[in-house]
Design a protein around this ligand. Structure first.
Ligand code: 5GP
Length: 209
């Protein structure tokens, strides 16, 4: 009996830079093994030290990115902190058809677009720190951003926080292991959302018709 409209589900994880959302999503994805798929975005942002092309992002030029937009390659794309970021359509649809939980680490604009495209199968989590100072400290410690870039990210953080009501869950990442368990729970639950089912079909099958 298969009464699911789509086999898999999408878990959108958003939040300010330094909130730990990427590490959390990747850790949960790894624990779930082949049940989950972490979507690797395409970006025009410069590669940070330690980042690997095809692992962290697909790093492309602005020209290549614009060509990808024209070719309809992206499910959604957005300009964030002055750079372009996009989620590719093909891999996501493949993973969804295989019944996987697809993790999207995208910003608030991306969340809006993906929710519109897949209203029945999206579950979203906004990850942040307990306060602003903790976020600044984390960004300074990470050492990937200069003071100017930290300032831009803090301004964006406040804009993003205003979108929290649009998310299903708010996860305050104070304790990594605890936050990871919550995210894992949310991800598993996303597979059995009522909106994923064709309920009439389910009832008919259930009755034995
Ligand atoms: P970072 O430059 O710190 O890796 O990412 C900056 C922001 O871009 C983060 O909020 C991240 O979630 C977001 N982002 C990464 N990939 C995508 C994407 O494919 N689409 C959208 N809309 N945002 C993305």
């Amino acid at each position: 009996m298969d009464c699911m409209k789509v086999k898999g589900s999408i878990v959108v994880v958003s939040g300010p830079s330094g909130s730990g959302k990427t590490s959390l999503a990747r850790a949960v994805c790894e624990e779930m093994g082949d049940k989950a798929y972490f979507s690797i975005s395409t970006t025009t942002r410069a590669k940070r030290e330690g980042e690997v092309d095809g692992v962290d992002y697909f790093f492309v030029s602005k020209e290549e990115f614009l060509k990808d937009i024209e070719d309809g390659y992206f499910l959604e794309w957005a300009e964030v902190h002055g750079n372009f970021y996009g989620t590719s359509k093909k891999q996501i649809n493949e993973a969804l058809n295989q019944g996987k939980i697809v993790f999207l680490d995208i910003d608030v604009q991306g969340h809006e677009a993906v929710r519109k495209a897949y209203p029945d199968i999206v579950t979203s989590v906004f990850v942040t720190t307990k306060d602003k100072n903790t976020l600044i400290e984390r960004l300074q410690k990470r050492g990937t951003e200069n003071e100017e870039s930290i300032e831009v990210r803090m301004i964006n953080a406040l804009h993003e926080m205003k979108k929290i009501p649009e998310y299903d869950f708010l996860l305050i990442n104070d304790d990594f292991d605890k936050a990871k368990e919550f995210l894992k729970g949310v991800a598993l639950s996303s597979l059995i959302k009522t909106s994923k089912y064709d309920i009439d079909k389910f009832i008919n099958c259930w009755k034995g018709n």
